[in-house]
Design a protein around this ligand. Structure first.
Ligand SMILES: NC(=O)c1ccc[n+]([C@@H]2O[C@H](COP(=O)([O-])OP(=O)(O)OC[C@H]3O[C@@H](n4cnc5c(N)ncnc54)[C@H](OP(=O)(O)O)[C@@H]3O)[C@@H](O)[C@H]2O)c1
Length: 272
C-alpha cells in the first residue's frame, strides 16, 4: 500500500495518513502498535511528550530498522513546558526519549494564552537550528493564528485540530489553506462514539466499508492529514485500507452536514 504525501509550505513531504498513539494503557502497547502500523505501510507517527510514550516509539523504530528518512515523526510541547527556555529544554528531552537528532514535525500542543507567543519563538529557534524539519501548531483557530502572525517569522507548516464530520468547521480549513498551512485532523473516528449513527452506517454499507473507514476516507478527501489511533493489528489494517474507494461529491457534501459539535477534546473557540 502506498500512502500519498502532501508537500508542506517549506517543501518537505508528509504522509496524508498516519497512526495516532494517544493514551493506550497497557505496557508496550504503543511499541507494538507502531510496529504493526509500520508493517502495514504507515510512515507517519503522531505522538506528544504528554502521551508518555516517546521511548516506546523509539523502541519500535529501532526494531523496524527502516531508514530514518522513511518515517515521519511528530511530537508536541505540552502546556506546562511552554515558554521560551522551557520549550527548548522540553524539546531536548523529547529528542532524547525518541532517540532522534531531528524530529520531522514539532507542534505547540495547545495555545496556552500567557505562554504561546514565547513558545512559538522557541520553535522558530529549533527550526533555524535544523532540529525540526517543520514546525507547527495544534488546536489553533483563527484568533490564535491571527495573533501568531503578528510576531511570526515563520508560517506554521501544519495546524493539527479535531476533525470529523461532527466538528467540521469549513472556516478553519479555509483559513489554513489561505495561509498555506497544512491542516491535520485528530480524533477522525470520534473515538468510536458515532459508529452506530444510522446515517453513517447507511453510507458505509453503500461503499461496502466500515464506518471507521468511511470517516478516515472523508478526512483524506478533504486533503487533511489524518491520524486514526488503534493499538490492534486488525483495526490498524482496516483504518489504512481506504484507498480502494472514493466517496462521491454528493456523499462528501452530505457528511459535511453531520456537524453537531461532538468533540473528544476542548473546543479551541473557548480558549482565548
Ligand atoms: N493535538 C491534540 O490535542 C490531540 C488530541 C487528541 C488526539 N490527538 C492525536 O490524534 C490521534 C487520534 O485521535 P484519538 O486517539 O483521540 O481518537 P480516534 O482516532 O478518533 O479514535 C481512537 C479510538 O477508536 C478505536 N478504534 C480505532 N480504530 C477502530 C476500528 N477500526 N474499529 C473499532 N474501533 C476502533 C480505538 O480503540 P483501540 O485502540 O482499542 O483499537 C480508540 O479507542 C491520537 O491518538 C493523537 O495522536 C491529538
Amino acid at each position: 500500500m502506498t500512502i500519498p504525501n502532501v508537500t508542506l509550505n517549506n517543501g518537505i513531504e508528509m504522509p496524508l495518513l498516519g497512526l495516532g498513539v494517544y493514551a493506550p494503557t497497557q505496557h508496550n502497547e504503543v511499541q507494538q502498535a507502531v510496529e504493526y502500523a509500520l508493517e502495514a505501510g504507515c510512515r507517519l507517527i503522531d505522538t506528544a511528550s504528554s502521551y508518555g510514550n516517546e521511548r516506546e516509539i523509539a523502541a519500535a523504530l529501532q526494531s523496524a530498522g527502516l531508514p530514518r528518512q522513511e518515517v515521519f515523526i511528530t511530537t508536541k510541547v505540552w502546556n506546562d513546558d511552554q515558554g521560551y527556555e522551557r520549550t527548548l529544554h522540553a524539546f531536548d528531552r523529547s529528542l532524547d526519549r525518541l532517540q532522534l537528532d531531528v524530529v520531522d514535525l514539532y507542534l505547540i500542543h495547545w495555545p496556552v494564552q500567557e505562554r504561546r507567543r514565547e513558545t512559538w519563538r522557541a520553535l522558530e529557534k529549533i527550526y533555524a537550528d535544523g532540529r525540526a524539519r517543520a514546525i507547527g501548531v495544534s488546536n489553533y483557530y483563527s484568533p490564535h493564528l491571527d495573533e501568531l502572525f503578528q510576531q511570526a517569522s515563520i508560517t506554521p507548516a501544519v495546524n493539527q485540530f479535531e476533525f470529523s464530520p461532527y466538528c467540521y468547521l469549513p472556516d478553519v480549513l479555509t483559513y489554513c489553506r489561505q495561509k498555506n498551512i497544512q491542516p491535520e485532523g485528530y480524533a477522525p473516528l470520534v473515538r468510536g462514539e458515532k459508529q452506530n449513527d444510522p446515517r453513517l452506517v447507511t453510507l458505509a454499507e453503500k461503499y461496502g466499508k466500515s464506518t471507521y473507514q468511511l470517516l478516515v476516507r472523508w478526512s483524506l478527501q478533504h486533503n487533511v492529514v489524518t491520524i486514526p489511533k488503534s493499538v490492534k493489528r486488525d483495526r490498524i489494517q482496516e483504518n489504512f485500507d481506504v484507498f480502494d474507494f472514493v466517496i462521491t461529491d454528493d456523499d462528501m457534501a452530505l457528511l459535511n452536514t453531520f456537524y453537531d459539535n461532538t468533540r473528544v477534546a476542548p473546543d479551541p473557540r473557548e480558549i482565548l
